[in-house]
Ligand binder design. Structure first.
Ligand code: NAD
Length: 486
């Protein structure tokens, strides 16, 4: 299979210092598909040093046309390798082919032309005019500059999307980057190094990609004073550690963390087919391993049974299967560790008095692979563990509410604030409910908010900052004010 297993540091594909490697496991078959370089502390140190020199000594931070040329070359290279990258993503992530033709591979490539355009048209310089302040007449202006060296740390669930959403706006802004992908998905990260090395003019050190078997190996990136900004996507628990580590140097942090988003169904919904499809396909598409998925289903008491029945029927139509089969809509979880976690949460729901009405077990007919059935749990109170904690698996919990105010109260009764959805027979009523939910994105009656131009991020413990959109570009800029006498 087309792949890259070497680190990409200072413009070179190279083995880890000492030659260590670790296994890459296909979650659908549990087979070892190959190995990846297992970086040492020296490799991380080399990567940070290379990024620092590229930023401080090269043209990257100041030459927009160089950045545009390199990003265009990378985009072309990715477009020319969509099939290879998709096959790799099926094997490494357990992503279905359908997901690869959208969120797992094809859609994320659109991030690149979007940021090329932003970099070319951005107002890097703003004139503030002349002012007589403190007795002197001065001409003032503001310039935007790249933040510097970015450490990007990413998870395994939608690695192409998250790797590109992290590195592309940073590179377009003029930063240099060290990317550290998750240990479960090293090849999707290293593939970028291969394409950059073989098909682009990126100057050495502008982008470095370092993989390691120890999940916390990247912690050096969070404490090193040569790093100017840490962009982290992962669990809230790890995000807190990153923020604490960054406080040593007051390093800027950008955090995309967990979620427990609510899908609110108002009592005037005419038919439940769209609700059921959203709920069931949400659990199927990335096997429930999506931070922004709606995993709490808020239903009016008056329509509870009707909605549950529609969703159970729809979940039955998306059974897990071999992700390399073109017709499969739901693949496996990423690892045995993740499946154990899902099983523990489902058991906790039963122990706390809830009912599993669909799924809740490993599917029959698979003797290998980390598969789990799409699961609906009813009789859930929002204080239960399964309603409060992020499961990160195909488990939806159904919570009844009294009226719109009660639904909003329950939706907001969470440490998270990432996303959500409202369904209603009346768009305006849905929008007024959505405005009162404290999250970074909301879907109205099935609206799709995802897109390169749409800022994405969380309130509360779901994160700090916005990725994607112009806001995601500006996260990587510093603002410098100038003044001179007239
Ligand atoms: P994780 O927090 O375990 O790991 C994320 C990354 O951090 C990995 O690369 C890991 O190796 C690294 N890491 C682990 N410990 C570290 C440390 N001490 N210092 C520095 N880096 C460290 O998360 P995960 O299991 O890979 O991914 C699942 C989580 O990611 C879920 O909570 C999910 O909600 C979240 N997520 C959030 C978004 C978002 O945009 N908000 C997107 C996808 C996933």
């Amino acid at each position: 299979m087309w792949h890259e297993e070497r680190l990409f540091i200072n413009g070179e594909l190279r083995d880890a210092d000492g030659g260590a490697t670790f296994d890459n496991i296909n979650p659908a078959t549990e087979e070892v598909i190959g190995v990846s370089a297992d970086a040492s502390q020296q490799d991380f140190d080399d990567a940070i040093a290379a990024a620092r020199s590229a930023f401080d000594l090269g043209d990257w931070s100041t030459d927009v046309s160089l950045r545009v040329r390199c990003l265009e070359q990378l985009h072309d290279a990715l477009q020319n390798h969509v099939e290879e990258l998709s096959a790799l993503t099926v094997a490494e992530v357990g992503a279905t082919q359908m997901a690869c033709s959208s969120i797992q591979v094809v859609e994320p490539l659109k991030i690149i032309p979007f940021y090329i355009d932003v970099a070319q048209n951005y107002e890097w310089h703003a004139d503030l005019g002349i002012s007589e302040t403190l007795g002197g007449e001065c001409q003032r202006w503001v310039e935007k500059e790249p933040v510097g060296v970015l450490a990007a740390i990413t998870p395994w669930n939608v690695p192409n999307q998250i790797n590109l959403a992290k590195i592309i706006p940073a590179l377009a802004a003029g930063c240099s980057v060290v990317l550290k992908p998750a240990p479960d998905t090293p090849w999707t990260g290293l593939a970028l190094g291969k394409l950059i090395a073989e098909h682009t003019d990126f100057p050495p050190g502008v982008i470095n990609i370092v993989t390691a078997s120890d999940p916390a190996a990247g912690s050096i990136l969070t404490t090193d004073d040569r790093v100017d900004m840490i962009s982290f996507t992962g669990s809230t628990e790890t995000g807190k550690k990153v923020m604490e580590a960054a406080s040593g140097n007051i390093t800027k942090v950008f955090l995309e963390l967990g979620g427990k988003s609510a899908l609110i169904v108002l009592d005037d919904v005419e038919d439940f087919s769209m609700v059921a499809a959203t709920a069931a396909f949400g659990m199927a598409t990335v096997c429930g391993q999506g931070c922004a998925l709606s995993t709490r289903l808020l239903l009016p008491h008056s329509r509870y049974e009707e909605a549950v029945e529609a969703i159970v029927n729809m979940m039955g139509a998306v059974p897990p299967g071999d992700p390399s089969d073109a017709g499969t809509m739901m693949g496996p979880l990423i690892s045995a560790r993740q499946r154990d976690r899902v099983e523990r949460y489902v058991q906790s729901a039963i122990d706390e008095g809830a009912k599993v009405v669909c799924g809740g077990k490993r599917p029959k007919g698979f003797d290998r692979g980390f598969f789990y059935e799409p699961t609906l749990i009813t009789d859930v109170d929002n204080s239960m563990t399964v309603a409060q904690e992020e499961i990160f698996g195909p488990v939806l919990v159904a919570i009844p509410f009294d009226d719109d105010d009660d639904a909003i109260r329950i939706a907001n009764d969470s440490i998270y604030g990432l996303s959500g959805a409202v369904f209603s027979g009346d768009d305006q009523r849905a929008i007024s409910v959505a405005k009162r939910v404290r999250t970074g994105t909301m879907s109205i009656n099935g609206g799709v908010w995802y897109g390169a131009d749409v800022p994405f991020g969380g309130y509360k413990q779901s994160g700090i900052g916005r990725e994607m959109g112009v806001a995601g570009f500006e996260e990587h800029l510093e603002t410098k004010a100038f003044s001179k006498p007239t």
